[in-house]
Design a protein around this ligand. Structure first.
Ligand SMILES: Nc1ncnc2c1ncn2[C@@H]1O[C@H](COP(=O)(O)OP(=O)(O)OP(=O)(O)O)[C@@H](O)[C@H]1O
Ligand SMILES: [Mg+2]
Length: 308
C-alpha cells in the first residue's frame, strides 16, 4: 500500500506520523520505504539520524534525473534509496534544494514521474510519503503516486476549516489524475482528552460524516524526545502510551493483522518505558502483515537494529 501523509497546514504531525507508522510497519516485518518530499528534511533526519550522508542519494537527484535524457529508461529512484539502521526500513531522503528545480519540473510536466517510479518498486510492502506543508508540485506528485491519503489533524478550529479544502484537493486529484486515490482517514493528533475544545471539534467533524480514524494520538513530550534522539518511538520507547497509540493506529489501518500487543507485554497504559527489546513481536506478525497487503515474494527480515 502506498500512503501519502497530507496537510497543507504546518506542524500538524505529518513527519512524525509518516516516520512512526513507517517504523512500526518495518518493525512488524513489512519491507517499508519512507519517502520524504519536504525540503525541511524532518522525517529524513528523524529516521536516518544526522550521521548519514544523503548528498548523492535523495529525491532531488531523482527529480534532476527526470530532467535529463542521459539516464532515460532506468528506474532512477532505486539509486536514491538509503537503508536505515532499522531492519526492513529504507528511506528516500529529501533535499533542501528541491525548491530550485520545482518550476522546471512543472514546466516540463514531470508530475507523473514519481508515480511511475514508485509503482515499479516491487521490493516494498508498504510505502509512506511525507509531504511539505503546501499544495505544491511535490505534494501533488505524492497524491498522484499514492493509493491512500492520511490527513493529520491537530484539533484546532483553523485546521477544522482547512480540512474541507484538503478533502477537495484530494477529490480533485482523484478526479483528474489518480482514480485509485482514497482518503483512508483523518488522524487526530496531539489530542488532549481532558480539554473540551478538541472533543467538540472532533464530534462536529464526526457529525458531518468526515472519516475520523478511531485511534487518537495524544500530545506527549515523548514525541519531541524521540525527534531529539533521532529514533522512532517503536524503538526508543516501545512501551510508552504514545507508542501504543501509534501501534493501535497501525493496527486500525491493517485490520488483517494480529495486533502487535497480543501475547506480548507492551505495558499498555502506564506511559513509562520498560523494555526496549521487543523485536520478536515483529517476527510473529510478519506473515499476517504480508498476507494483508497481498504482496508477492515478500521476505521477512527480523533482527535487532544494527548501529548507524
Ligand atoms: N503527538 C504529539 N505530541 C507532542 N508533540 C507532537 C506530536 N506530534 C507532533 N508533535 C510535535 O509537533 C511539531 C510538528 O510535528 P511534525 O514536524 O511532525 O509536523 P509536520 O506537519 O510534519 O510539520 P511541517 O508542516 O513543518 O512539515 C514537532 O515539534 C513535533 O515534535
Ligand atoms: Mg513535516
Amino acid at each position: 500500500m502506498r500512503r501519502v501523509i497530507f496537510n497543507k497546514k504546518g506542524g500538524v504531525g505529518k513527519s512524525s506520523i509518516a516516520a512512526n507508522l513507517a517504523a512500526i510497519s518495518a518493525h512488524r516485518g513489512l519491507r517499508t520505504l519512507l519517502v520524504d518530499l519536504d525540503t525541511q528534511c524532518n522525517s529524513t533526519r528523524y529516521v536516518l539520524g544526522g550521521g548519514v550522508d544523503t548528498s548523492e542519494r535523495n529525491i532531488g537527484t531523482f527529480y534532476a534525473q527526470t530532467l535529463s535524457f542521459r539516464l532515460r529508461g532506468r528506474n532512477e529512484l532505486t539509486d536514491c534509496i538509503t537503508r536505515s539502521r532499522y531492519p526492513n526500513l529504507d528511506v528516500i531522503a529529501s533535499n533542501s534544494e528541491l525548491g530550485d528545480i520545482m518550476s522546471q519540473l512543472e514546466t516540463r510536466h514531470k508530475i507523473f514521474k514519481l508515480r511511475e517510479a514508485i509503482a515499479s518498486l516491487r521490493q516494498y510492502d508498504a510505502i509512506y510519503i511525507d509531504t511539505p506543508p503546501a499544495y505544491n508540485f511535490y505534494t501533488l506528485s505524492a497524491l498522484i503516486a499514492a493509493e491512500a491519503c492520511l490527513i493529520p489533524f491537530d484539533c484546532d478550529e483553523f485546521s477544522r476549516q482547512a480540512l474541507y479544502s484538503l478533502l477537495e484537493n484530494v477529490e480533485e486529484t482523484r478526479a483528474d489524475h489518480n482514480p485509485e486515490l482514497e482518503v483512508e482517514g483523518i488522524i487526530v493528533n496531539q489530542y488532549q482528552p481532558r480539554a473540551s475544545l478538541p472533543q467538540r471539534v472532533v464530534e462536529q467533524l464526526r457529525t458531518e460524516g468526515l472519516p475520523i480514524l478511531d485511534a487518537f494520538i495524544s500530545s506527549s513530550v515523548k514525541m519531541r524526545e524521540s525527534h531529539d534522539v533521532g529514533e522512532p518511538l517503536i524503538y526508543m520507547a516501545p512501551n510508552h502510551k504514545l507508542t501504543r497509540e501509534f501501534v493501535d493506529l497501525f493496527n486500525l489501518l491493517h485490520p488483517g493483522f494480529a495486533p502487535i500487543g497480543q501475547g506480548a507485554d507492551l505495558g499498555r497504559d502506564d506511559g513509562v518505558d520498560q523494555d526496549d527489546t521487543n523485536t520478536d513481536v515483529a517476527c510473529d506478525a510478519g506473515q499476517d502483515a504480508r498476507d494483508a497487503d497481498q504482496e508477492e515474494g515478500a521476505q521477512l527480515h527480523c533482527s535487532a537494529p544494527t548501529g548507524a
